[in-house]
Ligand binder design. Structure first.
Ligand code: FPP
Length: 239
């Protein structure tokens, strides 16, 4: 047992700082991404071991398409390599793989590997690993609005629950905890609808240095938070 106490059902991670990690060592930025994949593997394993139901990794935002072609291509290749190399481990650890985002914008061959990994892990019963790839919250919400309109749902019938079912994350619980590495304190378009009540954890640690222990530390920090969801604290109210 790695930790006792309350484990978040769903944690999301904004994996930031790969470029700075590399630049501070005089290395090309892509080296930071390569090292970042190692951390990704480690965190996925620990999260599954801890018993999280869902782990969502913000790996490639809609805005990341604006980066130089060579960096975009490397990131796509890294995803492909990760999926090919890790499929065995994902199956062994009972992990279901899913993606959210505008996956259709990805090169055909990468889309194919994604589809294959989704299919080959679809019968697993353990943690759901969600890669947010070519993803942004506003884009997801806008696509959901279009789907709602196309479905002909009347304004008076539209509820938060129904709307949520048109998001890419339909059927997934909202994130209890959102972690951001790399020192910035913002959400950067990540799960902006779903994260309305998420606990936020920011650390200066750059993603390539975010080890298993750092992840456990973030979970322990979450365990000390009191979640009220807009209601009043039962403790504070006690005589
Ligand atoms: C942010 O660092 C990180 C990314 C844009 C990419 C994250 C991707 C991975 C760790 C690789 C693969 C992921 C999976 C799911 C296999 P940055 O480049 O914005 O860093 P900076 O802020 O220091 O410039």
């Amino acid at each position: 047992m790695l930790l006792t106490g309350r484990i978040p059902k769903h944690a999301g991670i904004i994996m930031d700082g790969n470029g700075r990690w590399a630049e501070s060592r005089g290395l090309p930025r892509v080296e930071g991404h390569r090292r970042g994949v190692e951390r990704t593997k480690e965190v996925v394993e620990v999260a599954a071991e801890l018993g999280l139901k869902v782990l969502t990794l913000y790996a490639f935002s809609t805005e990341n398409w604006l980066r130089p072609n060579s960096e975009v291509t490397t990131l796509m290749k890294l995803l492909e390599l990760y999926l090919k190399r890790e499929l065995g481990n994902l199956v062994k650890n009972n992990v279901v793989f899913k993606t959210i985002g505008d996956i259709w914008r990805l090169p055909e061959d990468i889309q194919k590997v994604i589809r294959e990994t989704e299919e080959k892990t679809s019968l697993n019963k353990g943690m759901i690993l969600v890669a947010a790839w070519s993803y942004s919250g506003r884009n997801e919400i806008l696509r959901a609005v279009k789907k709602v309109l196309c479905a002909g749902i009347k304004p008076e019938d539209l509820t938060e629950e129904i709307f949520s079912s048109y998001l890419d994350t339909a059927a997934l619980p909202s994130p209890d905890l959102i972690i951001r590495t790399g020192g910035e304190m913002r959400i950067s378009n990540f799960l902006i609808w779903q994260g309305a009540y998420s606990e936020l954890y920011f650390t200066d640690t750059l993603w390539p240095d975010f080890t298993k222990d750092e992840f456990l530390f973030a979970i322990q920090d979450y365990q000390r938070r009191e979640r009220r969801f807009g209601a009043i604290s039962l403790k504070a109210d006690a005589p």
